[in-house]
Design a protein around this ligand. Structure first.
Ligand SMILES: Cc1cc2nc3c(=O)[nH]c(=O)nc-3n(C[C@H](O)[C@H](O)[C@H](O)COP(=O)(O)OP(=O)(O)OC[C@H]3O[C@@H](n4cnc5c(N)ncnc54)[C@H](O)[C@@H]3O)c2cc1C
Length: 455
């Protein structure tokens, strides 16, 4: 029997929003429970020329998982998580499985699934693969791409294909972009195929991790410390996260109340996987901190419960800002989050310029926090109405031009989706965009998959 296309308005409305602040009500919703149903759906969509936009948990910040054209394909029910193959260090998962559940299953077998988007408890692996999501620990482990060994993909015409990473150490056959077709789908934001199964690579689980929150009087000192931590030979951080004064104010309420001192202006949170004893690790950090002159006693996060608290504190920033932006939806406002990144050594210059630009446009001071170790902060603005939104977007575009001049990117982890599409040409030249268009036309000749995303 073929899969139902739901046109009930209340069901369609349930899928109208992601975390971008945009609202688009799909014409139909499909909720397959098997790969065969996805194949059936794509065959029908091709025959009837109906657009299909995939959705996982709809935490996209770019409008990538919503549509008002054709079918919203929710993959949430394909949420299988296989037993871990401990010998091969792999596991197979359905696209609807939550990243957090996958990580816990791997950990129970003594293994680590490394990608750690801040949204891991509320987002799916299908979404993480389609966005090539990353997180704080990307500093040590890289983004999602390198942890995906194979994918089963339902193509636009309904063909079911499997793509396996070649893992060749040497290869001179043909053009590089054709070596590992699996990489076409990772980061493709649902535009090239529907991911229906993934085989993930796992790593040994670290035995002891310690977190450290270090406080500074100024942003300049904190960002100097970030560079020192990246370049040090005595410490090996797996993440380096930055919190400005406003971000600290949000985090304070999540970090066991009084833990974060009132007069500290900025904070850097880092973690290290310890191979020696805790004392000598902390001693090395202490020497590094003193070299940059922190006036405050660092807070140590040791043990699972304390590390969970630190993650909650970090997650509270984007989720609080999403909630603040949501209050202005009726007036045409929303949260605006930048996702730019620059080489880490240029982060201080980029943030200083971003702040200056925001001042020039007289917009509310943004909250700045995030993956400083990768030169990747988020600037979060709250636009209270349509006019303010337009001014903020102009200021952001000016910032992005500066970011590109510094050798950076306009979107380091959230993808382009619909909201950031107009900024693609800031970073990519016409030839690069034409080559992406050629791949899209070859794999999806009728342009049915995720119209409006990326291209
Ligand atoms: C509070 C908060 C914190 C966040 N923190 C981070 C972070 O630290 N790092 C980060 O990278 N992102 C972060 N994000 C963004 C978002 O959570 C990630 O991009 C996440 O991976 C999206 O997963 P999802 O299941 O919600 O996907 P969705 O939002 O449903 O979809 C995202 C994209 O994937 C496509 N897609 C989904 N499933 C499939 C499939 N099976 N086949 C093909 N395409 C598919 C969709 O079409 C869409 O283009 C954050 C978001 C929020 C709200």
């Amino acid at each position: 029997m073929s899969i139902a296309l739901i046109d009930d308005r209340s069901v369609r409305k349930a899928y109208e929003a992601d975390a971008s602040g945009l609202h688009l009500i799909p014409e139909f919703v499909a909720r397959p429970e098997s790969i065969e149903e996805v194949v059936d759906l794509m065959q029908r969509a091709t025959a009837d020329r109906i657009a299909v936009t995939c959705a996982g948990a709809q935490t996209s910040t770019t409008g990538a998982s919503i549509t008002d054209s054709g079918i919203l394909l929710s993959l949430r029910s394909l949420d299988s998580v296989s037993a871990v193959d401990a010998k091969a260090k792999t596991m197979k998962v359905g696209p609807g499985a939550l990243v957090g559940d996958i990580k816990r299953t791997a950990a129970a077998a003594g293994l680590l699934f490394a990608p750690d988007p801040t949204s891991e408890e509320e987002s799916t692996i299908g979404g993480a693969i389609a966005c090539n999501a990353s997180g704080a620990r990307t500093l040590k482990y890289g983004a999602t791409r390198q942890h995906v060994q194979s994918l089963k993909v339902v193509m636009a015409n309904g063909d079911l294909r499997e793509f396996r990473r070649s893992n060749l150490e040497k290869n001179t056959v043909g053009y590089a972009f054709a070596h590992d077709p699996i990489d076409w789908f990772i980061g493709s934001e649902g535009t090239l195929g529907v991911i229906v199964e993934a085989e993930l690579s796992l790593l040994p689980l670290p035995t002891h991790v310690v977190g450290l929150a270090v406080f500074f009087e100024t942003e300049e000192e904190a960002l100097k410390f970030v560079v020192a931590a990246r370049e040090s030979r005595t410490v090996a951080p797996r993440c380096i996260e930055y919190f400005d004064q406003q971000a600290i104010a949000i985090a304070r309420s999540e970090a066991s109340g009084a833990a974060i001192l009132r007069d500290s202006a900025t904070m850097v949170y880092l973690e290290e996987e310890i191979s020696r004893d805790l004392d000598s690790t902390l001693e090395n950090w202490s020497v590094l901190i003193d070299s940059v002159a922190s006036q405050f006693e660092p807070i140590v996060f040791d043990g699972e419960a304390r590390l969970r608290e630190a993650r909650r504190m970090r997650h509270s920033i984007p989720s609080t800002m999403n909630e603040r932006g949501g209050r202005y939806q009726n007036a045409g406002g929303r949260k605006v989050s930048t996702d730019w990144a620059v080489p880490y050594a240029k982060l201080a210059e980029a943030i200083q310029t971003a702040r200056l630009i925001a001042k020039t446009y007289r917009i509310t001071e943004p909250v700045i926090y995030g993956h400083a170790g990768n030169g990747h902060p988020h600037q979060n603005f709250v636009a209270r109405d349509r006019d303010e939104l337009a001014t903020i977007e102009t200021a952001v575009e000016e910032t992005l031009q500066h970011v590109i001049a510094l050798g950076g990117t306009v979107a380091a982890e959230h993808g382009i989706g619909k909201i950031k599409r107009r900024w693609l040409p800031l970073q990519m030249n016409a030839l690069q965009i034409a080559m992406m268009g050629a791949v899209k036309r070859e794999l999806d000749p009728n342009g049915l998959l995720a119209p409006g995303n990326i291209l």
